[in-house]
Design a protein around this ligand. Sequence first.
Ligand SMILES: [Zn+2]
Length: 134
Amino acid sequence: MERLVCVICWSEMPSERRTCTCCGAVVDVASPAYEKSLLKALDAASPEHKAQICRALATRGSARAFPHLVDMLDNPVVLVRVEALRALGELGNASIIPVIEEHAASTESLSVRAAASEALQALAAFRVDHTQAR
Ligand SMILES: [Zn+2]
């Protein structure tokens, strides 16, 4: 499911929209400025907004989001870790696999463990695709 988030009013919007349905702000998904504002907002954002930003970054699929999403794995809020794991699965950078495995093994949270195994499955699929493409 593709979701974007308006960095002005934090409402979620369908990815095909270029204008926020809530506040009317122009959200140009393809622009690096949009991604930059998402990444800039990430640290100070509330847990709910952090989760939304993780989803939006996953939708964009930009490699620049990768280290920021890795940082989010240390967030105390389960929702944030779950969305960061999903996003990392979607980005398809297989170098994160050992970190996710360790994360899954050390967490008490069932939803984090479930998101971790989803992400690992997604990453395994990426790895197969990559091999076949060569
Ligand atoms: Zn808005």
